[in-house]
Design a protein around this ligand. Structure first.
Ligand code: PPS
Ligand code: ADP
Length: 321
């Protein structure tokens, strides 16, 4: 009971959620067996279902046809297991810690209350509930997929609705201010993305929200970012999975045309690789979907995951409004 009391006391009941269908908690201990992952997705899923988006990946089916935004892909059964263990804020670490704590207190009969009073402040500092925990929303995707538009929209939305600092680290801005001089070869991109991860992790360390939007084409660099961020807070990886054909059709900056002509070299998707993320927390294809719809999918995901108060989703009435 002690562990449950601590989780409840922290308003952090979400922390009890196993991260995938393959992981569960049995009597306060972490086990990898089965069913509870999907069960826990229920409450989180409802908001996104209202918007016709898919959530809580164990189901895996896409709503709204080919144009629908797909949700929670990496939480799906296909990604269950090792890839997810310890990710999304390292909740398993938290759960395991509480499990161990619970085991220890069983041997200390009668001392639970005293222990609770002592450990609560420590645990609270170590792992605050998600609404207060630093979080990095990291968009990745091809040029023209919609990263900057969505990142800017999300940052503006958060600034207006959440009482926390919001830092926008857009790819273009970072390239000018933080990574000027770096090229688009592998080493340049890797360093650029790691720098973004470092700055974002510092924001998260102090309880803020960082919204990042580089292409971040390499799995290794993204993994390094995840490690940096999850040491201090949560990472929500959003794969803006707009297909190359659509990005090229948009050709917002005319770079695809130049890349096809060989004027711009090492262009992601044309002459340089993009590693499709296998660990994305959310996957959004913006093809034929309005900006407002895509943004709502993201804010609802964040609200359902406990990072935002549920009432701040764009479709819900706002205080005073
Ligand atoms: N060779 C090549 N490949 C891809 N992109 C190129 C290239 N050269 C310039 N650009 C422009 O730079 C923007 C991508 O910069 P990023 O810092 O996000 O890239 S990376 O994460 O370091 O790979 C990218 O911006 P977005 O279109 O906003 O993604 C491009 O406009
Ligand atoms: N649902 C959507 N979400 C975001 N952008 C969209 C959407 N639908 C169309 N777009 C358009 O796609 C383009 C994406 O450009 P941008 O945000 O600069 O992409 P990136 O930063 O990935 O290079 C913009 O012109 C934007 O208006």
């Amino acid at each position: 009971m002690l562990a449950e009391a601590i989780a409840a006391g922290l308003e952090g009941t979400h922390l009890w959620r196993p991260r995938s269908a393959a992981e569960t908690i049995v009597d306060g201990e972490l086990a990898r067996s089965g069913a509870r992952g999907a069960e826990h997705a229920g409450a989180e899923r409802s908001g996104a279902e209202r918007s016709g988006a898919e959530h809580g990946g164990a189901r895996g089916a896409e709503h709204g046809g080919a144009r629908g935004a797909e949700h929670g892909g990496a939480r799906g059964a296909e990604h269950a297991g090792a890839e997810r263990a310890g990710s999304v804020g390292g909740d398993l670490v938290w759960v395991e810690g509480l499990g161990r704590l619970r085991g220890a207190t069983k041997e200390m009969a009668g001392s639970g209350d005293v222990l609770l009073a002592k450990v609560m402040p420590v645990l609270s500092r170590w792992r605050p509930p998600r609404r207060e925990r630093g979080v990095v929303v990291f968009f990745t995707g091809l040029s023209g997929s919609g990263k900057s538009t969505l990142a800017k929209g999300l940052a503006e939305y958060l600034t207006g609705h959440v009482d926390r600092t919001v830092t926008l680290l857009d790819g273009d801005i970072v390239r000018r201010m933080l990574s000027s001089g770096l090229g688009f070869d592998r080493a340049g991109r890797d360093l650029n993305v790691r720098r973004i991860g470092f700055v974002a992790a510092e924001v998260a360390r102090h309880g803020g929200i960082a919204v990042c939007a580089p292409i971040a084409p390499y799995a290794d660099s993204r993994a390094a970012v995840r490690a940096m961020v999850e040491a201090v807070g949560d990472l929500v990886l959003v794969h803006v999975a707009t297909p190359l054909e659509e990005c090229e059709r948009r050709d917002v900056k005319g770079l695809y045309k130049k890349a096809r002509a060989g004027v711009v070299t090492q262009f992601t998707g044309i002459s340089d690789p993009y590693d499709e993320p296998l660990d994305a927390d959310l996957r959004v294809d913006t093809t034929g979907v309005s900006f407002e719809e895509s943004l709502a999918v993201i804010t609802e995901f964040l609200a359902a995951g406990g990072w935002l108060p549920t009432r701040t989703t764009p479709t819900d009435p706002q205080p005073g409004g």
